[in-house]
Design a protein around this ligand. Structure first.
Ligand code: ZN
Length: 841
């Protein structure tokens, strides 16, 4: 009886399941499976842009489906009615078959950049707006490839593919025998009409040897494909270049000097610098406006079909016209100072609010409006774009409305990477512009260091969308291994600014790190918290900002998370992805340790290049200094090593820029030099010595130079700067005007010379003595120098080296003493001092 019941339940259940699937089959559910004999149908290739897009999309789809299911799905251009009736067909891109179904074949049906994923019975259609030029995948700018977006979205949302970062390791491909779709009619189009993130500056655009490859090459192609997978594209471009000689040529100066800017009463021709033209037009000259209009219209006429947006951005640099009419255009708001010389941007125009000199907004936007009006009178479909940049970043107070055929591209870094205070300022500029301009764009900057800020990025794109911004181009981005979640959010938010950022983050982390996802999320959260504290735009902070925010404790915690995640993912593909973040951590950690070491060396009296914060001086022994130099050198080697490794592996983990490259290189050079001194048989002496002034000149008679002289009650002083800077200045010695103490002063220091040096010659080097001096070692006079400005006026800043072999005691305390005489100006020993050794011949 019990058995019977069980059997009938199973039978009932079986019937129910069969009925269900039968019903679904009857409704025409789409499958990809071996039984289905799937086939991809696309329109025949021809020379058109849309043909390229379709062919590319169909091939990508077939390649990915093979990786997922192992099935070879053929791509055809013709197909019989019977196959369509039996199902399993994937239509990629508009074709005669999709036209017959009225699925749409242009941006008028899909929306600009839009696409459709639709099941039709047991078949599937993936198609979209391919109307713009997509044939340039792998190049710098591109159009919309809606059919490809449909394919990418299908692979992502329905098949589980994830693109975490460019290249193989960043691509997650699930393995399945079969893919089934519910009845689907999914349509989408992008929120932003221009979605373009330029590649990470140095990784993708520099060869390993450092030469510039400017938006070409295989590495850049990987980036470009990644862009496309995340549905980046351009319906209406917002060019971000200066107009240069596009409408007025430098060589037209002779015929029309009045078209060019007037500087100090004279018209100034343009010249070339770094591949671009330098110089400006006379903005108030109506003939210049007309010339611009005419030449823009000519270019539009010649561009046939693909209508570019034309740049209205003045040339870079200063030298704006200072003729009376142009100055009048500037209005009374922020007057152009009369004493501005040479046409450079005068410091007086610097604006506290924006951080830029904004006096030129009125003239630039009056001029741009006039050009735009002239163009619109002839051709309403021509779009123009002007950057709101530098001296004209703020909205012009005397222009009520910017013409509708202008895109205002606001150059703004504060939104994405600014501190909370800077973020508000960045928003204010957009809110002000939104009152005047209909077409707003952002020229974003993502030169950042340290952590990811996915929530800030999403919030930024949502804010911008809400104020009407529809155009985005990032000047450059940076990859610090871990920051790819930021890129992905960045790209997705340009398509949909109202995305659920937490859901995207969760999804990304699960796909990337599997069993390590929770740990890596903690890693992200800590990074995000720290990087939200300060202005991460790397050229807007000092090197010290990094270790101040990324403290040793924070870095240690981050390292612990990485180690924990490595443990949890051991032996899997996920472990490789966790390890992909390791160089970025190493990079940050070594840089912070390097900077901290430099700042300790500075405190010890070793001179380091500008940029390292001054900390409280410390008294350090010779050994402590040597050890610190070795440490700084080790951190520097570690830092350089990571960069070299990533470069040689062409890794997408990090580029070579954490702070200003020149400054960083200068730090490195300093440490290399110090290390060379330390390792080449030398000792750097401590910076802090004992000191006593000797106005009565009794030092010699009292034996202040002697080995056993008691200097316990003497002052402490540093030998890396003048005594006037250390309590012996004009405050205490006003009788010498601004010169401070003039006269004799004594320095004493106790040092060890190691036993193993006993067979070598010993030299003492005083970094610089201002002005004359005498030196003793263990009471024995070893050197004397009398400053004679007629003989050598620069002697006060030159090192003084002399042999002390005979006076030195090895493996014992040595007392070194220097009497310095300063007759005027600054005085004392003021540069680091060394003991050097040389093998006896
Ligand atoms: Zn002028």
């Amino acid at each position: 009886m019990r058995n019977c019941l069980k059997t009938s339940v199973l039978i009932l259940l079986g019937i129910f399941v069969a009925a269900c699937s039968g019903q679904v089959m009857a409704e025409g559910r789409f499958h990809i499976s071996p039984n289905e004999k799937n086939i991809i149908v696309t329109a025949p290739a021809n020379k058109s842009t849309s043909s390229f897009n379709r062919t590319y999309a169909a091939k990508e789809l077939a390649d990915y489906l093979k990786l997922i299911t192992g099935l070879e799905i053929p791509i055809v251009t013709e197909i019989g009615e019977d196959k369509i009736a039996s199902g399993g067909v994937i239509f990629v891109g508009p074709s005669k078959y999709t036209d017959a179904l009225n699925l749409g074949n242009s941006k008028y049906e899909f929306g600009a950049g839009g696409f459709l994923i639709k099941t039709i019975g047991r078949n599937l259609a993936l198609l979209g707006d391919d109307s713009e030029d997509g044939s340039k995948i792998g190049e710098r700018e591109f159009g919309e490839t809606g059919t490809y977006y449909a394919v990418a979205t299908f692979l992502e949302n329905f098949c589980g593919v994830r693109w975490l970062w460019p290249g193989e390791l960043g691509t997650v491909i699930p393995r399945k025998k079969e893919i089934s779709l519910p009845v689907t009619d999914y349509r989408s189009h992008p929120a932003y009409l221009c979605r373009n993130n330029r590649p990470p500056l140095e990784t993708a655009t520099q060869k390993p040897d450092g030469s510039w490859i400017a938006f070409k090459g295989e590495h850049f192609r990987e980036w470009s494909v990644f862009q496309r997978q995340h549905r980046m594209g351009v319906s209406i471009n917002m060019p971000v270049g200066h107009y240069g000689e596009a409408y007025l040529k430098a060589n037209e100066f002779e015929a029309h000097p009045e078209y060019f800017s007037m500087i100090e009463g004279k018209r100034k021709p343009w010249w070339r610098k770094g591949g671009g033209s330098v110089g400006q037009v006379c903005n108030s000259n109506a003939d210049v406006v007309n010339l611009f209009v005419r030449r823009i219209l000519e270019k539009a006429e010649n561009s046939k079909g693909t209508m570019p947006t034309f740049s209205l951005t003045s040339n870079d640099g200063g030298f704006f016209c200072m003729c009376p009419e142009c100055k009048k255009m500037d209005g009374n708001i922020k007057p152009w100072p009369e004493d501005a010389t040479g046409g450079r941007i005068p410091g007086k125009c610097y604006n506290e609010k924006s951080g830029w000199a904004s006096s030129l907004s009125n003239r630039i936007w009056k001029f741009n409006n006039q050009v735009a009006q002239g163009v619109a009178r002839e051709n309403l479909s021509v779009m123009l774009a002007g950057l709101a940049y530098a001296m004209y970043v703020e909205p012009p107070e005397e222009v009520k409305k910017i013409e509708d055929n202008i895109i205002v591209g606001i150059c703004e870094y504060k939104l994405a990477v600014g501190s909370p205070g800077e973020y508000r300022k960045g928003k204010d500029i957009f809110l002000e512009w939104a009152k005047k301009a209909r077409n707003l764009g952002i020229r974003g900057y993502y030169y950042s260091v340290g952590g990811s800020r996915p929530h800030r990025i999403a919030e930024t794109f949502r804010f911008l969308y809400n104020v009407g911004c529809r155009f985005h181009i990032a000047e450059a981005s940076q990859t610090y291994g871990f920051n790819w979640i930021e890129y992905v959010i960045n790209k997705k938010a340009q398509w949909d600014p109202f995305l659920d950022v937490d859901a995207v983050v969760d999804d990304y982390f699960n796909a990337a790190y599997g069993p390590g996802a929770e740990t890596m999320k903690k890693y992200l959260e800590l990074q995000e918290k720290i990087s939200m504290q300060y202005n991460v735009m790397n050229s807007y902070h000092t090197p010290d900002t990094l270790p101040e925010n990324w403290t040793a404790d924070v870095r240690k915690k981050l390292r612990e998370y990485l180690d924990e995640a490595i443990k949890k993912t051991a032996g899997t593909e996920c472990e490789k992805r966790v390890r992909f973040s390791e160089p970025a951590w190493e990079y940050l950690d070594s840089y912070c340790e390097f900077v901290l070491s430099l700042s300790r060396l500075k405190a010890m009296g070793i001179s380091v290049p500008q940029g390292i914060k001054t900390t409280k001086p410390v008294v350090a022994s010779q050994k402590e200094i040597t050890d610190e130099i070795s440490n700084a050198y080790a951190q520097w080697k570690r830092y350089k090593g990571i960069i070299e490794k990533c470069k040689s592996e062409k890794s997408w983990s990090i580029p070579e820029r954490i702070y200003d490259k020149g400054t960083t290189e200068a730090f490195g050079k300093t440490v290399e030099n110090l290390y060379a001194v330390v390792s080449a048989n030398a000792m750097i002496l401590p910076a802090t010595w004992s000191f006593k002034i000797d106005p009565a000149e009794k030092g010699i008679s009292e034996g202040w130079f002697k080995l056993d002289f008691n200097d316990k009650d003497w002052d402490k002083i540093r030998v890396d700067t003048f005594w006037e800077n250390q309590g012996y200045g004009k405050e205490k010695f006003p009788e010498n005007g601004s010169e401070g103490y003039n006269g004799k002063g004594w320095y004493r220091l106790s040092i060890d010379i190691p036993q193993e040096r006993k067979d070598e010659k010993v030299f003492w080097e005083l970094g610089a003595v201002d002005e004359s001096g005498t030196a003793w070692v263990n009471g024995q006079k070893v050197w004397s120098f009398n400053f004679n400005p007629k003989e050598d006026p620069g002697a006060w800043e030159k090192p003084k080296r002399f042999e002390i072999t005979d006076a030195v005691k090895f493996a014992e305390k040595n007392t070194i003493a220097v009497q310095v005489e300063d007759k005027g100006g600054m005085g004392g020993i003021w540069k680091p001092c060394f003991i050097l050794f040389e093998k006896k011949k």
